[in-house]
Design a protein. Structure first.
Length: 314
């Protein structure tokens, strides 16, 4: 079952001190984000003449502003990540798959990206409505993130156009995809498990069943450009934090277990890629079961999960 939400500290004094510490920096980040939006918009005029200059400024701006967010959390609260699993080289072009529990997931993934010198190259699959939001939404739109309406027929053309630009401009990217399609809640998990049972698929205990179209479309559209696929499993110790709780320093550590798959080792057909993704989520489910039981990610559980045959239709 999903980890429960993280509780705020019970002491009023601690909450007040945390808020007082964070407010000045929040004002700084908010104002500078709008300034970066304005600068991004001004550089749009460069795109027809020098895509390299336009993209370079966007990467620099993202690396700078997101880097401030990461460094402030590290210095104010000692926030950090514990990374286990496969070694990951710096500066690869990759598709990053992760489980999704709360918006704080993104900030910890940013820490991981910065450690691999890929923070400015992060791009996202984002809800379409977000592109109208000043600050974060405008910035992601101008960076060239992938905006989706969760309707493949409506989204496909836009996704293919974005991928074509990545290929044309030879952009190095870390493209982040949450295959579950939404944040995990107990109600969503129960609906997902009921769907699985109805379709003869083994229900997952700690994750929603993955939606394969975004992953399959990314592999088909970007395969020649990618070095690897990273399968990241995010675990929290005492409850799932919100973005507000992350900013206030109520959580200062997350565990990331990373498995790196060279693109050359992945299948190429749509059905085979779908099967591959489902198998990874079965393994992630076993990893999370071990983490919640023992406080650590245990590869032995993954090996055990591989040894159990999937029911027909899984």
């Amino acid at each position: 079952m999903p980890l429960p939400p993280l509780e705020d500290p019970s002491e009023p004094g601690r909450r007040a001190r945390a808020l007082a510490k964070v407010l000045p920096f929040s004002a700084f980040l908010g104002s500078t984000l709008i300034a970066f939006n304005a600068a991004q918009l001004a550089t749009v005029a460069l795109r027809p003449f020098s895509p390299r200059a336009f993209n370079g400024f966007g990467r620099w701006g993202a690396d700078t502003w997101w880097g401030w967010c990461v460094r402030l959390a590290q210095r104010l609260h000692g926030t950090h990540i514990v990374v286990t699993g496969d070694p990951v080289p710096a500066e690869e072009t990759a598709l990053v798959l992760a489980n999704h529990q709360q918006m704080a997931d993104i900030t910890f993934l940013m820490m991981f990206a910065r450690s691999k010198r890929r923070l400015g190259e992060m791009r996202w699959f984002v809800k379409d409505q977000l592109k109208w939001v000043p600050g974060v939404g405008w910035g992601l739109y101008l960076l060239g993130s992938v905006f989706v309406k969760r309707d493949w027929a409506a989204d496909r053309t836009g996704i293919e156009r974005t991928f074509a630009r990545f290929r044309r401009d030879r952009l190095p990217v870390w493209l982040l995809l949450f295959p579950e399609g939404t944040r995990l809640t107990p109600a969503k998990l129960e609906r997902s498990r009921a769907w699985a049972r109805e379709h003869g698929v083994e229900p997952l205990e700690h994750l929603l069943a993955p939606r394969p179209r975004g992953f399959v479309g990314s592999m088909i559209g970007l395969r020649e450009q990618l070095d690897a696929v990273y399968d990241v499993t995010i675990g929290y110790e005492n409850g799932v934090p919100t973005l507000r709780q992350f900013a206030l320093g109520y959580v200062n550590r997350a565990h990331l277990h990373v498995r790196r798959f060279p693109v050359a080792d992945l299948p190429s057909g749509e059905a085979e890629l779908t099967r591959w993704l489902i198998d990874r989520f079965r393994e992630k489910d076993a990893l999370l079961a071990g983490f919640y039981a023992d406080g650590r990610f245990d590869e032995a559980r993954v090996a055990a999960s591989r040894a159990v045959p999937s029911p027909s239709g899984a």
